[in-house]
Structure formats: C-alpha cells, structure tokens
Design a protein around this ligand. Structure first.
Ligand code: MG
Length: 159
C-alpha cells in the first residue's frame, strides 16, 4: 500500500538568527525564529512523512517546550521520521517540497538541501524534490516577514 502525507510549516524572519533551510546555512540579514534551528523545509517534510504514517505532527514528537530541542538541528527530526517509517516496515518512495520565500534567492542552495535531506532520510537525491518560489510580494511571505514550506511524502507500507 502506498500512503501519501502532506506537511506545511512557516517561521518568522527575524534579525539575530541564522537562516537554515534544508540543513544549509544561507547568508542573509535575517534568520528564522523558533525553538529549534527553525528549518521550515525539514519540518514540513517531517510532517509529510508522519502524515503518511497517520502519526501526529512533529510538535508531538518534539515539543517546543522541551529544552532538549532548543536550537536542535532539524536533521534529528527527519532522522526520527525516517525511523518511524522503518519501525512500520515501510519504505519512503519519495518526498517533494516547495519553499516559499521572497528573499533571499534560494536556487543556489537547492542542491545542498537535497543532499542533506536525502542523506538524513536514507534515500537517493532522485527521490528528493526541492523547489523554491517567491510569493510575488504578496502577503507575509511577500513582505519578507516569514518563510513557508510545503511538502508531500509517499511511503510504501505493508498492507
Ligand atoms: Mg516548524
């Protein structure tokens, strides 16, 4: 049986934080605010995988009130999602995600993000889709107040 899941995340852009997306530190005047490293891309993919398993969201596994996850690299969340798939004797078919950011230009960093995410999930880069788009200056993303990410995941599970 092939299951699909969907994930969405958004974090606010603030000064004094690093901008980390897909595990890549991206030079920018602002970074994403959050309890962990606030990697919205990894969080959305994590929720997509958990969704495909019918599990609760990332906040259930890693509460933002838990000091263990303060400034944690989000790679550990992805690794846990992959572990949950394995626990069910499942196999990740693919993940696909879109980052929505007005600034900075993300395209030069996509290859690095893909590598990091494929690596954390134990899948091939060919199974890992990452795209980026702007929000045409509309809304909070367009005003550069935050960055959003959406993702889907497909997981093969025993019937
Ligand atoms: Mg998040």
């Amino acid at each position: 049986m092939v299951h699909v899941g969907i994930g969405y995340d958004v974090h606010a852009l603030v000064t004094g934080r690093k901008l980390i997306l897909g595990g890549v530190e991206i030079p920018h005047a602002k970074g994403l605010d959050g309890h962990s490293d606030a990697d919205a891309l990894m969080h959305a993919i994590c929720d997509a995988l958990l969704g495909a398993l019918g599990e609760a969201d990332i906040g259930h596994f890693f509460p933002n009130t838990d000091p263990r996850w303060k400034d944690a690299p989000s790679r550990v969340f992805l690794e846990e999602a992959a572990r949950q798939v394995t626990l069910r004797q499942g196999r990740i078919v693919n993940v696909d995600a879109t980052l929505i950011a007005q600034q900075p230009k993300l395209y030069p960093h996509i290859a690095g993000m893909k590598r990091n995410i494929a690596d954390a999930l134990g899948i091939r880069e060919a199974q890992t889709g990452i795209k980026a788009t702007t929000n045409e200056h509309l809304g909070f993303v367009g005003r550069e107040e935050g960055i959003a990410a959406m993702a889907v995941a497909s997981v093969e599970l025993p019937a």
